[in-house]
Design a protein around this ligand. Sequence first.
Ligand SMILES: C[S@@+](CC[C@H](N)C(=O)[O-])C[C@H]1O[C@@H](n2cnc3c(N)ncnc32)[C@H](O)[C@@H]1O
Length: 284
Amino acid sequence: MIIDKLISSNFRNQRISAISSKLTGEYTVATDLVSYSHPDQVFPLHPEQQFFLDEIIESKIAEARVLEIGLGSGVLSIGALRAGAVYVTALEINPRAKNYAGFNILANGLEGKIEIRDGDVSDIWKPVNGDRFDYIISNPPFEPTPQGMTHYLHSAAGIWGLDFVEAILKELDDHLTAAGHGQIVTFAPGNAQEPFMLVDMAQKYLKGETKIKVNPISIKFGEFVDRFVENEQATVEQVEEIKKMAQDNDVSHLYLCVLHYSKGEQTLTVTDTTLAYEAWLNPL
Ligand SMILES: C[S@@+](CC[C@H](N)C(=O)[O-])C[C@H]1O[C@@H](n2cnc3c(N)ncnc32)[C@H](O)[C@@H]1O
């Protein structure tokens, strides 16, 4: 395999991960090492990408022209093509990620199938203004982020981790073709029963059919943000402040969800996945 040769000669400080799903089969991508702890880290593979690939809808991805918002290593765009899409337009703001994605696209034999466009920090939809797509995908930055904390470009997403998701949902419908489909994987804060913040946001912005699939294994919000202190990413004060905000807003748990959206009558369902994604905070 060409990728194995390229990797063994050039990629000693990178992480090589294989991923596989029913629709995509197995393939390999290079990302940064987990220990490369700089803001421009190219996001390593986690159970969220597996969850995303497992949720791709075969009939909708077939022959689809896809938009990915937040390309990273390219793992999902490559997966979309392997699952049956014909072309991907992908947005990214991180130059390091664009380089990795370029490499991964070539190594997977998909040159000419993915166009990488510069993302826009203040208006994520600007690079595709007026364009519509058959399948819009994103694994956006979605970690609850204490105020004032420096975080990875791939994860910083405001107090609730939903700033980027909100920007996507606001214009998702406008950028889909009539039979188009949107699919987003995200963390979502909630109470012990459900990820109510994502549910509320979907009700507010999505006027068609929304299905939220929830990984049945949730984690405690407090435990998640405590990791920022352990990893020396945030101060105790910053983390105590976000925990207090969570308490004031009845947020106690964090869920891993995939949101599906298509045009139609406004409906919203929330269901647990049958397959549980264990240890979903940890790299694959
Ligand atoms: C959680 S990572 C996911 C990367 C990849 N899709 C994956 O699944 O591994 C989110 C990505 O969004 C990118 N991003 C952040 N802000 C963006 C923006 N305004 N426009 C486009 N991409 C952005 C980050 O640089 C990062 O690569």
